[in-house]
Design a protein around this ligand. Structure first.
Ligand code: SF4
Length: 140
């Protein structure tokens, strides 16, 4: 159980550092972007008990927590290595979009962004088909 925003923020920073190394990504070159996302994750972790992605709107946050799709690192990150919050990006600050379906919002917004470290990350890559079905039924 987390007792303070300070503790929650510290844990999220540690998680982000580790996840960057594991996924072969980097945090955004504009530190303000990274700080805002870490702050949002830490706040959700403190108030909801899980680091729910802070860059989305949820009609019911409590219900969303039970559905693991948007718990950081979310399904899009673990399957496609795509972070729409721009927390885990390439050195230029762009999210990896190489593995996304062509009609995914990330490809539409950012175009094709190649993965510079294809040997790292995407532990749930085998779930891409399943995620696609879910995305079509429940828009991302
Ligand atoms: S988009 Fe996914 S990986 Fe990026 S901050 Fe949100 S939950 Fe984390």
């Amino acid at each position: 159980m987390l007792n303070s925003m300070e503790e929650s923020t510290r844990r999220m920073r540690k998680f982000v550092d580790k996840y960057c190394a594991k996924s072969g990504t980097t945090t955004h070159p504009d530190k303000k972007v990274t700080e805002a996302v870490i702050n949002g994750l830490a706040n959700n972790n403190l108030t909801l008990g899980r680091p729910l992605c802070p860059c989305r709107f949820y009609p019911d946050k409590e219900a969303e927590v039970k559905h693991r799709t948007w718990i950081c690192a979310c399904d899009d990150m673990q399957i496609y290595k795509y972070c729409h919050c721009l927390l885990f990006v390439n050195k230029e600050g762009l999210p990896i979009t190489e593995y996304l379906p062509e009609d995914h919002e990330g490809r539409v917004i950012h175009g094709f962004v190649k993965d510079p470290t294809p040997d790292k990350g995407r532990p749930l890559r085998d779930k891409a088909q399943e995620r696609e079905k879910e995305r079509k039924a429940r828009p991302s």
